[in-house]
Design a protein around this ligand. Sequence first.
Ligand code: FAD
Length: 564
Amino acid sequence: MKVVIVGGVAGGASCAARLRRLDESAEIVLVERGPYMSYANCGLPYHIGEVIEKESALLVASAELFRAQFNIDARVLTEVVDVDPTARTLQLRDIETGEVTNESYDALVLSPGAKTVRPPIPGIDLPGVFEVRTVPDARTIKEWIARGTTFLTGMDSYSGWQTVRPKKHAVVVGGGFIGLETAENLAHVGFDVTVVEMADQVLLPLDPEFGRAAADRLEQNGVHVVLGDGVASFAQAGDEQESLVVTTRSGAQYPADVVILSLGVRPDTTLATAAGLELGERGGIRVDDQMRTSDPDIYAVGDVIEVKDVQTGEPTLMALAGPANRQGRIAAEVICGRDSRFRGVQGTAVIGLFGATLAWTGQNEKSLLRRGDTDYEKVYLFPNSHAGYYPGAKPTVMKVLFRTSDGLLLGAQAAGEDGVDKRIGHLAMAIQFGATVYDLEESELCYAPPFGSAKDPVNFAGMVAADVLRGDMPLVHWFTNPDALVLDVRSDPELAVEGVDGAVHIPLGQLRARLDELPRNQEIHVLCRSAQRAYYATRILVQNGFDAKVISGGMLSHAMLAPR
Ligand SMILES: Cc1cc2nc3c(=O)[nH]c(=O)nc-3n(C[C@H](O)[C@H](O)[C@H](O)COP(=O)(O)OP(=O)(O)OC[C@H]3O[C@@H](n4cnc5c(N)ncnc54)[C@H](O)[C@@H]3O)c2cc1C
């Protein structure tokens, strides 16, 4: 059996290595257009920011290693330029010599990845405008930055031999995770960075309040965030050969010595189109759950395919390394005759921003609302990352979405400085196995004071959500019923810091004695700092015949949700 794999990075390299482990006799050809096989593109922003100092650290496995260790015919700087599915042949072009050769296959695996979106914005091809996709991209950016060296910084007004003005300003166009990681890394190497995002929030897979938290984190660390304004043009700034000015649709202008384009990616379907493969409605190659395309001898994996959203059943695009690696492995297994199947995606992702972590999995509230799905409830929680009495505990903000009808876990988002990825990892696993919030209540998770709490934030989320569903905790959200009476049960000193206009104040400790001050014919919304005391108060009120509800997340969610 001869298998040719196009694309030698996440999906392609995984597929090739798995194939060899399963079939020692297969002839495997791994073809990569770029100069490197199996490089860590996820590490590129950190290499630009000098966190990963050596470029060689990004090169996970070389073509030589594929040849020596796996007996794989690995060819770099070789591009597949055409496919003839009837003859089961490919045309390969040597990038250096231009020589074109033919290669036959019994099975073909396409893992060509995605292309960066490059809209026809005037000036987009000017020197100084870069994208971050490959090792050579990162090298070019670093070389460009190095033209204004640290040594020369501050000497641009010096009239002696100095001729190079140091690069100071960076504009990142697009507030997705690659854009924001690159923004942070450019800030680390001394740039004054502006992120320009056309949407009204960064990190679109998050709900707006979490997008706002991410933007706040950037701003607190000196990165300027411009929302709701797209780039209209890039132009050279006066006589300065290496300086640009970025003009947005609103007419605002930002100086830029380096511009990073991060406007998202699109499946690279060039070869699929040449082969006449069926594409899906989202523009990716249509595959079944065994990674087979519309041609039974051609498989496709990674950023180039459309996958099933496990929760909605809808086709979606998911440009993430985890799914690409798993799909590569599954394609290899299926080619070797195994009955492996890809379950689909739920969009689990994480980003670090200046020491904070934001992570998410499953459905967000925006997508539920967009689909007109009203069978859901949400809770906001602010647990500590580990036992509060053990040093170093950090607050975490979590939003958990679940079905009102049966408690099925739908999605979660979290932000904080410790343990965020762990909690979202647990919840992602729970979603994949169809868990309910009642399952979260009962999950047995690791606990010792430095690592968590006896009631881990994941258990806590389940307990709060289950309390809501069982009717123990009637819940309400901010800004939903202006006619309700707001009851603040915090202590006096807390009110001195911040209060809510028009709220009635009765500290929790006095509530039982002052019930006659509250109306029996009006809905009462109870708040405290995080909703814990509000819950206790609501239990008292409900059992005394009042129509009381807890405001989810209390003043902490107010800070996230209140209009600014
Ligand atoms: C800067 C950056 C940071 C990222 N960070 C993360 C992260 O933190 N977490 C995460 O989950 N994901 C991350 N991703 C996304 C992740 O890297 C991709 O989802 C994953 O690499 C997709 O794998 P793939 O095999 O489909 O494509 P790729 O890994 O992109 O590989 C495709 C390869 O195919 C080659 N190719 C294309 N056409 C041809 C052809 N005709 N002939 C020969 N070769 C061809 C290309 O040169 C390319 O090297 C990041 C991506 C980038 C660019």
